[in-house]
Structure formats: C-alpha cells, structure tokens
Design a protein around this ligand. Structure first.
Ligand SMILES: NC(=O)c1ccc[n+]([C@@H]2O[C@H](COP(=O)([O-])OP(=O)(O)OC[C@H]3O[C@@H](n4cnc5c(N)ncnc54)[C@H](O)[C@@H]3O)[C@@H](O)[C@H]2O)c1
Length: 264
C-alpha cells in the first residue's frame, strides 16, 4: 500500500507578501502540502486571516506582520518563525509593489520605495534565512520576478528594473550557495488575475478596455490564475526540484514568446 506524503511535508517556509493575491495562494497551498508557514505581510489583519484559514484546514502557520524593506523587522519575523517551528528551509520572496511610469514620471521616492520592497526586501530576507539553510545544508529560495524583468513593459520602468534585478540576484546567489545544498530560482509570471492586476486595471482611464486588452493579447486568450503560479512555486520549493537552481521559470502562457504587449 502506498502512502501519499504531502509535497512539502516537514518544510518550514517563509512567504513574504503572503497575505494577498499570489502570496496568499502560496501560503494556503504550502499549508495544505504539509509545510509550516510564516505569513509575512505589511497587512497584519490579512496575514492573521490567512493563518486562521491554514489552521482550520489542519495546517501550521504563524502571522508575521512586518515591512520586508526594514532589516530589523525582517530579523524579528524570521526569529519568531524559528521559535515557533524552527529555522526556515524555504523562502518565497513574493512581496512586491508596482508603481507606474516611465523614468520622467517616477519620483525619487517612488523609485526608492519600489527598490526597497522588491529588491532590498529580497536581500534582507535571504540574508536572514541563509544561516539556518546553511546549518541544515538544504534550502530553496524563490524570488518572485516578472516577465517585465526580461522584456520590460511600457510605463513600468522602475518595476521592470527591480524584476530584472531579482532574476540576476537569483542567478548570482544560486552560484554562491550551490555547494551548500541551497537552490535559488526566480519565477516570472506574465499577467495574473490577482488584486494587483485588478488595481492596475481600475486605475486606467478605461478599465474595461484595459482588461480586454490584457486578455486578448494572451496566447491562451486569458490571463493566468494564481494557482497556475502557485503550482510552479510549490514544485521549486519541493524535493522534486533538487537539480533546479539559477533558473528563471517563466509562467506566462507563452506571452513573451509571442512578443506582443497589451495596449493599455
Ligand atoms: N499579478 C500579476 O500579474 C503579476 C505578474 C508578475 C509578477 N507579479 C509579482 O508577484 C508578486 C505578488 O503579486 P500580486 O499580484 O499577488 O500582488 P498583490 O498586490 O495582490 O499582493 C502583494 C502583497 O504584498 C504585500 N506587501 C507589499 N509591500 C510589502 C512590504 N513592504 N512588506 C511586506 N509585505 C508587503 C501586500 O500587503 C500584499 O499582501 C509581486 O512581487 C508581483 O510583482 C505579479
């Protein structure tokens, strides 16, 4: 008789931006797959409610209200996760923000803020989880990038630059820690049906037209679902992916191969 062992059985995972959208999907799936989950998010009440849902399903989770761009807060959050469950062996740096604008339309504050959350947040969280991963000689780090980091996207200069930086950081860090059994990968979604997309669409002059443009440009005729990204993240976090490191896994339904951008 074969026994089904959950994909992430026994793992301890830190998910940044884990309370909403793609991060919420990752937190919930990781809980179902047997991982103990640290749900790190700026939004404390949303993190609490994700943790409650994981616990109701029989999983283990802890809410870690924190700003991923703040070194002291990240350190405290990782310590709280370690105290509750042990040192993390999976990190998904998924928290991200997306200010709009070409270079001349972006303020210095917006530029610094998006780099602080998207890139400095990756540096700070990696820095805090790596000692436990090195001690255990195992770990999987996943940095949530975007196809904008490969192709660029009109009107998203700073955001695209941060996502390119994350892809490079994943590659460089993969090499630095490979000999210690730690894998580092980037995941680059295309257009995904999340609250971030809904907010972007709602902020445009003609939201209905923008949403249609996003769907119509996709080779599949629709944008991606949160679960279609979560599936890839769960695989990369798992021991099914022990020889995958330094990759940038594109999850865009073929959009970047098609080479077209939505006209929004
Ligand atoms: N939705 C898409 O189409 C898409 C496409 C490509 C890449 N991505 C990337 O996927 C990730 C998740 O996107 P989403 O659409 O689910 O976004 P979202 O805006 O729906 O959720 C982001 C979460 O991150 C949290 N967060 C933001 N700043 C934070 C900070 N400083 N500290 C801690 N938490 C913070 C928010 O509170 C929120 O819970 C982002 O990195 C985004 O850039 C999204």
């Amino acid at each position: 008789m074969s026994v089904n062992v959950p994909l992430l059985d026994g793992k301890i995972a830190l998910i940044t931006g884990g309370a909403r959208g793609i991060g919420e999907g990752i937190s919930l799936r990781f809980g179902r797959e047997g991982a103990a989950v640290g749900v790190l998010d700026l939004n404390a009440s949303a993190a609490d409610s994700v943790v409650e849902r994981i616990r109701l399903e029989g999983g283990r989770a802890i809410a870690l209200p924190a700003n991923v761009a703040d070194g002291a807060q990240v350190r405290k959050a990782v310590a709280a996760l370690a105290k509750a469950f042990g040192g993390p062996d999976v990190l998904v740096h998924n928290a991200g923000i997306m200010p709009e604008g070409a270079i001349e339309a972006i303020s210095e504050e917006q530029w610094d803020r998006v780099f602080a959350v998207n890139v400095r947040g990756a540096y700070l969280t990696c820095r805090e989880v790596l000692p436990a991963m090195r001690a255990g000689r195992r770990g999987s780090i996943i940095l949530m990038a975007s196809i904008t980091g490969v192709n660029g996207f009109p009107g998203l200069a700073a955001y695209s630059a941060t996502k390119g930086a994350l892809i490079s950081l994943a590659r460089a860090t993969a090499i630095d820690y490979a000999a210690e059994g730690i894998r580092v990968n980037a995941v680059s979604p295309g257009t995904i049906d999340s609250p971030m997309l809904h907010e972007f669409v709602a902020s445009q002059a003609d939201p209905h037209r923008t949403r249609l443009a996003f769907d119509q440009v996709q080779p599949r005729g629709r944008v991606g679902t949160i679960d279609e990204v979560v599936n890839v993240v769960a695989f990369l976090a798992s021991d099914q992916a022990t020889y995958v490191s330094g990759a940038n896994v594109i999850v865009d339904g073929g959009l970047s191969i098609k080479g077209e951008q939505p006209r929004v």
